[in-house]
Design a protein around this ligand. Structure first.
Ligand SMILES: *[C@@H]1O[C@H](CO)[C@@H](O)[C@H](O)[C@H]1NC(C)=O
Ligand SMILES: *[C@@H]1O[C@H](CO)[C@@H](O)[C@H](O)[C@H]1NC(C)=O
Ligand SMILES: *[C@@H]1O[C@H](CO)[C@@H](O)[C@H](O)[C@H]1NC(C)=O
Ligand SMILES: *[C@@H]1O[C@H](CO)[C@@H](O)[C@H](O)[C@H]1NC(C)=O
Ligand SMILES: *[C@@H]1O[C@H](CO)[C@@H](O)[C@H](O)[C@H]1NC(C)=O
Ligand SMILES: *[C@@H]1O[C@H](CO)[C@@H](O)[C@H](O)[C@H]1NC(C)=O
Ligand SMILES: *[C@@H]1O[C@H](CO)[C@@H](O)[C@H](O)[C@H]1NC(C)=O
Ligand SMILES: *[C@@H]1O[C@H](CO)[C@@H](O)[C@H](O)[C@H]1NC(C)=O
Ligand SMILES: *[C@@H]1O[C@H](CO)[C@@H](O)[C@H](O)[C@H]1NC(C)=O
Length: 832
């Protein structure tokens, strides 16, 4: 072999080698030699994001953008040449000679540049799987520039928004001008560098929404944040006097981001894969009028539950009474009586010392100043000692906030928020002198309460005498109050007007006069019919039986609970009908009926393979999580069971039947009830025996459901069985024998799924443990199912796995109702 052919072989190898390297790396990378020309694109390694040229709707302009590669609607999350569009398809994106990433038009003019000093000409840009476009040197991995530093209108997880109070610099989201024009519009959203860190949405430079200050965990003006889906936020000091907001979502199984629309609407959207797929709002910044910045002007507070919504702070009066009375709040309120320190400055009479009046549970006003004091007393003193301080608030995690000038954007919350102390002249304060009048009225009130209590207890006593023959659950350790009172409270909050009312006539037509042919089934409190409105919309209609005295309350509970909830895994209430004796609830129609109709039917259960079953399990979890943690209310369902899980066209689960649900206060973890409602086999021991319920009793029911889904057997199908008393007992027995495979429905028991299925059995057993404290919370369950939590604790013996004497379910079945007890919700009255 002569030297010439040797070199040519080496050269050939080199070329091939380079070609392969280039080819392998080019998929997600732009470099000097590897540029993209309209309409070429590059795709991130995990195929999540794609970068290329696109045109917005109703526009022929071309822009370089990054979008989700795997969804049917091209949704740009970042746009490069926002302000300088291409007017033809001659554009290219490449690395320029100075090492910057650039967009050039056909005339080689630069329309956009990453515009950093790179000091090199061999840099390359890579599209990462989190949607970030990173420009770096080919040698070292340092990044010179990232698209995450220059956000457009979309905040995707892992992006960071920054602000530096010292330099006043910030990187906000900026809206598009219109859906067909990505150039910078008038809205922007970011951390406000001028005060205690919080996120503000601006219309040009005017704030129009704010989150309230960050307390280290949540923004105190966003009550929905005490929930999991807004979890993962962090606002941290970056060490240079700046702040960085970041969001990391644990759940990467669904596509979600925060977007600022061209109309100034900000919210979290998620990609709903149903049908062709669409973006849907999961959360919106403006939930009621009071979220609009400064709705009531200065020195006024806003409470959406009041009419009128605006009221002046104590000690303040409308600046312009006529305007105010005609509900024009623009000018807000003014102080009625000057503070003492102001009077001193103006040389007026002195009088007594000023004081502070407390306003509870509010979103504190904007433009707070930070004081370094970290005790409440010190904070108060700070405010006291400076006449320009007109209010203070002290909040753990933020400590001391002071206000000067004006108080704007105060929103009242029913729970959460912070307490605001407003400085007032002495005469405006509630003076603490107890005069004779007060004593007299106090006596009267106390007397009245005492009498009321006596009457109540004697009534209870009589009532108990009357119902004591029906006492079925004798064990009761805790004194209880009837939960009717609580429900009544909740009813006071409900605005029935919010819910569409259907006329009886309309529903009669829709169901062909409640034709039995249209009957879908029999719920606990009345029959359910299928119906169809003239426009073709199909509905499910629950008609409360007139005979059922209890139905009334469940009806109202359901209206209260479900009208406020919206989640893809909860059935949607379309409206109700209250006419005369008739009470009806109208739901969206679920063509596939309920889960039990599939799961326990030998032929239809074939339709549920393991993937579908797991999807159902996850959906139920998400629905429950929403009830327990995410919604504005905290709700315990109390009657979770297979027949209350409805399935839509794609077999996605939706939790239904909220007649038994209980709304909890945010700080309430557990409650007792005198009326145990629920379904045998699904009720947790502490609930069935003692009437105590909590999120963990729903977790128990979920555990039973999970085991039913895996085994394809009803929990109650074990009555009279020699092998075990219940599904739980059976599962426990097999678990201890190391034979979980025997529990699994043969129809889904493929070895490739075993690991996942066994894990679910394990989680199921954790959920049905005897003691509530041992059971995981639902968000933990989700992490366990997704294998985010890898090491699961060993389950303890489940409840109801051994024969018990206290609750002989078989005999109850005969006492109470002749029908199948698995399907009918039973109500038990218990005495103490
Ligand atoms: C696009 O143009 C059509 C016709 O002018 C209009 O109906 C539609 O609303 C426009 N779409 C958007 C998003 O602007
Ligand atoms: C893309 O979408 C399909 C169907 O929606 C899904 O099966 C696939 O896992 C997705 N791929 C990625 C990388 O997300
Ligand atoms: C497109 O834009 C270039 C400048 O960017 C301009 O010279 C050219 O005339 C434009 N073409 C059309 C058809 O508008
Ligand atoms: C590039 O950055 C420099 C300063 O960093 C700035 O003066 C210049 O206007 C920028 N150019 C473009 C095209 O943004
Ligand atoms: C890149 O820079 C090096 C020196 O810094 C120079 O020798 C080389 O010609 C440059 N390459 C290009 C394509 O400009
Ligand atoms: C933004 O400001 C403009 C002009 O000041 C106004 O017309 C528009 O209604 C405002 N939009 C919102 C959402 O506040
Ligand atoms: C409220 O009053 C101000 C000043 O009188 C006026 O400019 C504004 O248009 C009024 N707003 C409404 C909604 O009537
Ligand atoms: C009170 O606060 C104002 C404004 O922050 C400040 O200028 C002034 O020095 C303070 N006065 C005292 C006595 O601390
Ligand atoms: C309230 O004070 C802030 C900051 O001091 C100021 O920007 C704003 O214009 C004031 N608002 C009113 C209504 O005076």
């Amino acid at each position: 072999m002569d030297l010439g052919s040797c070199t040519s072989i080496i050269a050939l190898h080199l070329i091939l080698y380079c070609f392969c390297l280039e080819f392998g790396a080019s998929i997600d990378t732009i470099s000097l030699s590897q540029f993209i020309r309209d309409p070429e694109t590059i795709v991130s390694a995990g195929k999540k994001f794609e970068l290329g040229f696109f045109s917005p709707v109703n526009s022929t302009n071309r822009y370089v953008a990054i979008w989700y590669s795997n969804i049917s609607i091209t949704t740009p999350v970042w746009v490069a040449n926002r302000n300088k569009p291409l007017n033809d398809s001659s554009g290219i994106m490449t690395i320029s000679e100075d090492g910057n990433l650039v967009v050039l038009n056909g005339q080689k003019e630069t329309l956009w540049s990453s515009n950093v000093s790179t000091g090199m000409n061999d840099s390359r840009a890579q599209l990462m799987d989190d949607g970030n476009l990173v420009l770096g040197g080919s040698e070292n991995g340092n990044s010179l520039w990232q698209s995450f530093q220059e956000p457009s209108d979309t905040y995707i997880p892992k992006m960071r928004l920054t602000a530096n109070p010292r330099t006043g610099k910030k990187t906000p989201l900026t809206s598009w001008k219109s859906p067909s024009d990505p150039s910078i519009g008038s809205f922007s959203l970011g951390i406000d560098p001028s005060s205690i860190p919080e996120v503000v949405l601006w219309n040009d430079s005017r704030p129009i929404w704010r989150t309230g200050p960050w307390n280290g965990q949540v923004f105190i003006g966003v009550p929905e944040m005490n929930s999991v889906y807004l979890d993962g936020f962090n606002l941290a000091d970056d060490g240079n006097g700046g702040f960085t907001l970041s969001v990391g979502f644990a759940d990467e199984s669904y596509i979600t981001n925060f977007v600022l629309s061209s109309e100034g609407k900000f919210g979290q959207v998620f990609w709903d894969d149903m049908n062709e797929g669409s973006w849907r709002y999961q959360w919106e910044s403006v939930q009621d009028e009071c979220d609009v910045y400064g709705k009531c002007g200065s020195f006024a507070s806003c409470d959406a539950k009041n009419t009128p919504i605006c009221s002046c702070l104590k000690g303040f009066e409308p600046k312009n009474a006529d305007e105010w009375n005609s509900r024009n709040w623009t000018h807000g309120c003014v102080r009625r009586k000057a503070m003492r320190c102001e009077r001193i400055q103006n040389g007026g009479e002195l009088g007594k010392e000023d004081g502070f009046s407390k306003l509870e549970r509010v979103k504190v006003p904007g433009f707070a100043e930070w004081s370094s004091s970290i005790t409440e007393q010190k904070c108060r003193d700070d405010c006291w000692n400076n006449c320009s301080c007109i209010a203070y608030a002290y909040y753990t995690g933020i400590y001391c906030m002071l206000w000067k000038g004006n108080l704007t954007d105060i929103k009242k919350f029913s729970s959460g928020g912070a307490d605001l102390y407003i400085r007032l002249a002495y005469t405006e304060l509630d003076n603490k002198k107890i005069n004779m009048k007060v004593i007299i009225s106090l006596t009267v009130v106390v007397g009245a309460i005492a009498i009321a209590i006596c009457v109540f207890y004697s009534w209870r006593w009589i009532e108990r005498k009357r119902t004591s023959k029906k006492v079925l659950l004798p064990k009761r350790k805790h004194p209880i109050l009837l939960d009717e009172n609580v429900i009544q409270d909740n009813l006071n909050h409900v605005k029935l007007q919010e819910l569409p009312l259907f006329s009886l006539q309309m529903l009669i037509v829709a169901t062909d006069n409640f034709n039995t042919a249209n009957k879908l089934g029999q719920g606990g409190f009345g029959p359910v019919y299928k119906g169809k409105f003239p426009d073709g919309q199909e509905i499910a209609l629950k008609r409360l039986s007139r005979a059922s005295g209890q139905g009334q309350e469940e009806f109202m509970t359901e209206v209260v609970v479900i009208s406020k909830l919206q989640h893809m895994n909860l059935v949607r209430l379309l409206g109700c009908c209250v006419e005369g004796e008739e009470k009806m609830l109208v739901y969206e129609y679920m063509p596939n009926r309920s889960l039990d109709a599939f799961l326990f039917d030998p032929s239809r259960k074939q339709l549920l393979d393991w993937k579908k079953r797991f999807n159902i399990v996850e959906g139920i979890c998400r629905g429950l999580l929403y009830l327990h943690r995410d919604s504005r209310l905290r709700i315990i369902h109390r009657d979770l069971k297979a027949s209350n899980i409805l399935l839509d066209q794609e077999l996605n689960p939706k939790i239904s039947d909220f007649g038994m649900a209980r709304i909890f206060g945010r700080n309430e973890d557990q409650a007792d009830t005198g009326r145990v409602v629920g379904t045998f086999g699904y009720m947790s021991p502490e609930y069935a025996m003692e009437g105590r319920f909590s999120e963990k009793s729903d977790v128990f029911s979920f555990g039973v459901l999970l085991l039913e889904i895996i085994s394809g057997r009803k929990n109650t199908s074990f009555y009279g069985n020699e092998e075990a008393l219940s599904l739980l007992g059976y599962a426990w027995k097999l678990w201890n024998e190391g034979n979980i495979a025997a529990l699994v429905d043969p129809g889904i028991s493929y070895p490739s799924f075993h690991e996942e299925i066994f894990r679910c059995v394990h989680v199921g057993l954790l959920c049905v443990q005897e003691f509530a404290k041992d059971r995981p919370a639902i968000f933990t369950v989700i992490s366990m199912l997704n294998s985010e939590i890898v090491d699961l604790p060993t389950p303890k013996q489940p409840a109801f796995s051994e024969r018990r004497s206290e609750l002989d379910t078989a005999s109850l079945q005969h006492d109470q109702r002749p029908e199948s007890i698995n399907n009918v919700t039973v109500t038990l009255l218990s005495g103490r």
